[in-house]
Design a protein around this ligand. Structure first.
Ligand SMILES: NC(=O)c1ccc[n+]([C@@H]2O[C@H](COP(=O)([O-])OP(=O)(O)OC[C@H]3O[C@@H](n4cnc5c(N)ncnc54)[C@H](O)[C@@H]3O)[C@@H](O)[C@H]2O)c1
Length: 254
């Protein structure tokens, strides 16, 4: 017999699951026995990845969802309510960035960052409450960032939204605990995905970031998914309000 599966019979919903960190989480959670809903603004990408998981015998369903649109989020939760009646694991992972010196950040770009990274997280965490409560032991996982606690040029707007996600996670841990819902945050360092591709392609920035990372490498989606699995599973049954840096030691250094 193989290893026991850590997410057997769990219903998991992951936003931004068509690519990058969210997709790595979807693959890991499905591999651990969860039925994973891949919710992404890229509906075709979510469908492709869900089909790939089903093709190897895992449970996955795609949903086209723009987390910045209230009606999309309402439709997502309504359909899952009809299908499953509960959510055991809800991951707020969808996020984006617009790199710009803060003094030149336009209102439109600021709104674009905030609508997904913060308003989307607020909406998912608020409107997902009833389904998480119905689980009896729901786990809400918010993907923040070490940039919520540190500064780097051209990332101030992004940092502001991620710092708010960290604060929201702690506050919700307190508010949701009486309903059997745990709320934890992940703070990845630099992970090689489409989000960081351009900046990591710059040899000087790449070297500077590696030099600042005690473990001397960038993270992978699998590194973040492994940490998410801890928060998702019953192994963290007494952990709420925590934030885990998954950054190769970057935030521990000077
Ligand atoms: N890559 C890193 O170094 C890093 C570091 C810290 C935190 N993070 C955070 O991790 C999360 C995932 O980032 P990633 O690096 O995998 O990015 P990515 O760009 O590779 O993937 C993001 C996914 O989110 C989806 N998405 C974007 N806007 C959306 C919306 N409005 N509604 C639904 N889905 C949407 C995209 O289609 C894509 O599939 C983000 O919250 C990001 O801020 C990433």
């Amino acid at each position: 017999m193989g290893q026991p599966q850590r997410l057997e019979n769990k219903i998991a919903v992951i936003t931004g699951a068509a690519a990058g960190i969210g997709l790595a989480m979807a693959r890991r959670f499905a591999g651990e026995g969860a039925h994973v809903y891949l919710a992404d603004i890229d509906g075709a990408g979510a469908e492709r990845e869900a089909e790939a998981l089903k093709a190897i015998g895992l449970m996955a369903t795609a949903r086209a969802v723009d987390v910045s649109k209230g009606q999309d989020v309402t439709a997502l939760f309504r359909s899952i309510d009809q299908d499953q009646g509960r959510i055991d694991i809800l991951v707020n992972n969808a996020g984006l960035n617009v790199r710009e010196d803060f003094r030149h950040l336009s209102d439109a770009d600021w709104v674009k960052i905030r609508e997904v990274n913060l308003d989307g997280v607020v909406r998912i965490a608020r409107d997902g409450f009833n389904l998480l409560k119905a689980s009896g032991k729901g786990s809400l996982i918010n993907v923040a960032s070490i940039m919520g606690h540190r500064g780097l040029r051209q990332l101030a707007g992004y940092s502001a939204t991620k710092g708010a996600v960290s604060a929201l996670s702690r506050a919700l841990a307190v508010e949701y605990a009486p309903y059997g819902i745990r709320v934890n945050a992940l703070a990845p360092g630099f992970v090689e995905t489409a989000l960081t591709e351009r900046v990591l392609r710059n040899p000087m920035i790449n070297k500077a970031l590696i030099d600042q990372t005690p473990m001397r490498r960038f993270g992978t989606g699998e590194d973040i998914a492994a940490a998410a699995l801890f928060f998702a599973s019953d192994d963290s049954a007494f952990v709420t309000g925590a934030e885990l840096a998954v950054d190769g030691g970057m935030s521990a250094g000077l």
